[in-house]
Ligand binder design. Structure first.
Ligand code: SF4
Ligand code: SF4
Ligand code: SF4
Length: 159
Protein backbone atom coordinates (compact mmCIF):
# COMPACT_ATOMS: atom_id res chain seq x y z
CA UNK A 1 0.00 0.00 0.00
CA UNK A 2 2.80 2.41 0.92
CA UNK A 3 4.56 1.88 -2.43
CA UNK A 4 1.33 2.60 -4.25
CA UNK A 5 0.84 5.76 -2.18
CA UNK A 6 4.38 6.89 -2.93
CA UNK A 7 3.78 6.40 -6.62
CA UNK A 8 0.70 8.66 -6.42
CA UNK A 9 2.78 11.35 -4.71
CA UNK A 10 5.70 11.16 -7.10
CA UNK A 11 3.41 11.20 -10.09
CA UNK A 12 1.74 14.41 -8.93
CA UNK A 13 5.15 15.90 -8.09
CA UNK A 14 6.30 15.27 -11.63
CA UNK A 15 3.11 16.45 -13.29
CA UNK A 16 3.43 19.93 -14.72
CA UNK A 17 0.52 21.59 -12.93
CA UNK A 18 -0.24 19.40 -9.90
CA UNK A 19 2.35 19.78 -7.18
CA UNK A 20 2.92 18.66 -3.60
CA UNK A 21 1.65 21.02 -0.90
CA UNK A 22 4.03 23.70 0.40
CA UNK A 23 6.18 22.95 3.48
CA UNK A 24 6.11 19.22 2.80
CA UNK A 25 9.70 18.07 2.83
CA UNK A 26 9.37 14.33 3.20
CA UNK A 27 7.26 12.58 0.57
CA UNK A 28 7.49 9.25 2.38
CA UNK A 29 6.25 10.72 5.65
CA UNK A 30 3.51 12.52 3.77
CA UNK A 31 2.11 9.49 2.01
CA UNK A 32 2.34 7.38 5.13
CA UNK A 33 0.64 9.82 7.47
CA UNK A 34 -1.69 11.94 5.35
CA UNK A 35 -5.18 10.62 6.09
CA UNK A 36 -6.69 12.44 3.08
CA UNK A 37 -9.07 14.16 5.52
CA UNK A 38 -9.37 17.24 3.28
CA UNK A 39 -8.84 19.81 6.08
CA UNK A 40 -6.05 21.52 4.13
CA UNK A 41 -8.25 21.69 1.05
CA UNK A 42 -11.08 23.34 2.97
CA UNK A 43 -8.67 25.79 4.64
CA UNK A 44 -7.11 27.10 1.43
CA UNK A 45 -8.67 30.46 0.63
CA UNK A 46 -7.23 30.36 -2.87
CA UNK A 47 -8.99 27.03 -3.58
CA UNK A 48 -5.90 25.65 -5.26
CA UNK A 49 -5.74 22.43 -3.25
CA UNK A 50 -7.45 19.53 -5.00
CA UNK A 51 -7.78 15.84 -4.34
CA UNK A 52 -5.13 14.46 -6.66
CA UNK A 53 -4.26 10.90 -7.57
CA UNK A 54 -5.36 8.48 -4.87
CA UNK A 55 -7.20 11.29 -3.05
CA UNK A 56 -3.97 12.83 -1.76
CA UNK A 57 -4.09 16.64 -1.65
CA UNK A 58 -2.15 18.41 -4.40
CA UNK A 59 -1.76 21.97 -5.54
CA UNK A 60 -3.35 22.73 -8.91
CA UNK A 61 -1.81 25.90 -10.31
CA UNK A 62 -4.38 25.99 -13.10
CA UNK A 63 -6.77 27.15 -10.39
CA UNK A 64 -4.60 29.98 -9.06
CA UNK A 65 -1.53 30.83 -7.05
CA UNK A 66 -0.22 30.02 -3.59
CA UNK A 67 -0.09 33.08 -1.33
CA UNK A 68 1.99 31.22 1.29
CA UNK A 69 -0.62 31.98 3.95
CA UNK A 70 0.22 28.71 5.80
CA UNK A 71 -3.48 27.97 6.45
CA UNK A 72 -3.20 24.47 4.96
CA UNK A 73 -0.42 23.61 7.37
CA UNK A 74 -2.22 25.13 10.34
CA UNK A 75 -5.34 23.08 9.73
CA UNK A 76 -3.57 19.76 9.22
CA UNK A 77 -4.07 17.48 12.24
CA UNK A 78 -0.98 15.43 11.39
CA UNK A 79 2.69 16.44 11.92
CA UNK A 80 3.39 16.71 8.20
CA UNK A 81 4.31 20.32 7.55
CA UNK A 82 7.58 22.11 8.25
CA UNK A 83 7.47 25.24 10.45
CA UNK A 84 6.45 28.41 8.62
CA UNK A 85 9.97 29.80 8.97
CA UNK A 86 11.22 27.20 6.47
CA UNK A 87 11.10 27.70 2.72
CA UNK A 88 7.70 26.45 1.48
CA UNK A 89 9.30 24.56 -1.39
CA UNK A 90 12.23 24.41 -3.75
CA UNK A 91 10.49 24.79 -7.07
CA UNK A 92 10.78 27.30 -9.85
CA UNK A 93 9.13 27.65 -13.22
CA UNK A 94 10.45 26.76 -16.62
CA UNK A 95 9.05 27.77 -19.99
CA UNK A 96 8.52 25.21 -22.72
CA UNK A 97 9.12 25.72 -26.42
CA UNK A 98 5.36 25.97 -27.01
CA UNK A 99 5.56 29.49 -25.45
CA UNK A 100 4.03 31.95 -27.92
CA UNK A 101 7.01 34.34 -27.72
CA UNK A 102 9.31 31.45 -28.61
CA UNK A 103 7.07 30.94 -31.65
CA UNK A 104 7.62 34.64 -32.47
CA UNK A 105 4.12 35.69 -31.37
CA UNK A 106 3.90 38.65 -28.99
CA UNK A 107 2.73 37.61 -25.49
CA UNK A 108 3.75 38.67 -21.97
CA UNK A 109 0.91 37.21 -19.90
CA UNK A 110 3.22 35.34 -17.54
CA UNK A 111 5.35 38.37 -16.82
CA UNK A 112 2.28 40.51 -16.17
CA UNK A 113 1.17 37.99 -13.51
CA UNK A 114 4.50 37.82 -11.70
CA UNK A 115 4.74 40.11 -8.66
CA UNK A 116 8.44 39.49 -8.11
CA UNK A 117 9.38 40.25 -11.74
CA UNK A 118 11.07 36.88 -12.04
CA UNK A 119 10.06 36.67 -15.72
CA UNK A 120 11.57 39.49 -17.75
CA UNK A 121 11.34 40.01 -21.47
CA UNK A 122 14.47 40.80 -23.43
CA UNK A 123 14.42 42.28 -26.91
CA UNK A 124 16.01 40.13 -29.59
CA UNK A 125 16.96 41.13 -33.10
CA UNK A 126 14.60 39.57 -35.65
CA UNK A 127 12.02 38.24 -33.17
CA UNK A 128 9.56 39.40 -30.55
CA UNK A 129 10.88 39.89 -27.00
CA UNK A 130 11.79 36.63 -25.30
CA UNK A 131 11.11 35.60 -21.69
CA UNK A 132 13.99 34.98 -19.30
CA UNK A 133 13.52 33.59 -15.81
CA UNK A 134 15.51 34.98 -12.90
CA UNK A 135 15.56 31.83 -10.81
CA UNK A 136 16.62 33.68 -7.66
CA UNK A 137 13.48 35.85 -7.85
CA UNK A 138 11.01 32.99 -8.40
CA UNK A 139 9.09 32.00 -5.28
CA UNK A 140 7.32 29.10 -7.01
CA UNK A 141 3.95 30.72 -6.31
CA UNK A 142 2.50 29.53 -9.62
CA UNK A 143 0.75 32.82 -10.46
CA UNK A 144 2.17 32.77 -13.98
CA UNK A 145 0.85 29.31 -14.86
CA UNK A 146 -2.90 29.81 -15.34
CA UNK A 147 -2.60 33.02 -17.42
CA UNK A 148 -0.44 31.33 -20.07
CA UNK A 149 -2.75 30.82 -23.07
CA UNK A 150 -0.84 27.78 -24.33
CA UNK A 151 -0.01 26.08 -21.02
CA UNK A 152 3.71 26.52 -21.65
CA UNK A 153 4.81 27.05 -18.05
CA UNK A 154 5.63 24.16 -15.78
CA UNK A 155 7.01 23.92 -12.28
CA UNK A 156 10.31 22.14 -11.74
CA UNK A 157 12.09 21.09 -8.59
CA UNK A 158 15.10 23.35 -8.01
CA UNK A 159 18.16 21.37 -6.92
S1 SF4 B 1 -0.24 28.27 1.87
FE1 SF4 B 1 -2.30 29.14 1.76
S2 SF4 B 1 -2.66 29.61 -0.40
FE2 SF4 B 1 -0.92 28.19 -0.28
S3 SF4 B 1 -1.83 26.15 -0.50
FE3 SF4 B 1 -1.66 26.55 1.69
S4 SF4 B 1 -3.65 27.41 2.25
FE4 SF4 B 1 -3.48 27.56 0.00
S1 SF4 C 1 -5.00 18.19 6.35
FE1 SF4 C 1 -3.10 16.97 6.48
S2 SF4 C 1 -3.78 14.86 6.79
FE2 SF4 C 1 -5.56 16.01 6.02
S3 SF4 C 1 -5.49 15.75 3.79
FE3 SF4 C 1 -4.38 17.65 4.24
S4 SF4 C 1 -2.22 17.05 4.44
FE4 SF4 C 1 -3.46 15.14 4.58
S1 SF4 D 1 6.07 31.06 -10.06
FE1 SF4 D 1 5.49 33.08 -9.18
S2 SF4 D 1 7.47 34.09 -8.73
FE2 SF4 D 1 7.92 32.37 -10.15
S3 SF4 D 1 7.89 33.27 -12.21
FE3 SF4 D 1 5.79 32.47 -11.82
S4 SF4 D 1 4.64 34.25 -10.95
FE4 SF4 D 1 6.85 34.75 -10.84
Amino acid sequence: MVDQRRRFFLRSAQSSQQQPLPWISDSELFTEHCTRCGECQRACEENIIVAGDGGFPSIDFNKGECTFCYECAQHCPEPLFLPETHLPWKQVVSIKDSCLAKQNIECRSCSDACDTRAIRFQHRLGSVAQPEIQISDCSGCGACIAPCPVNAISMEQHP
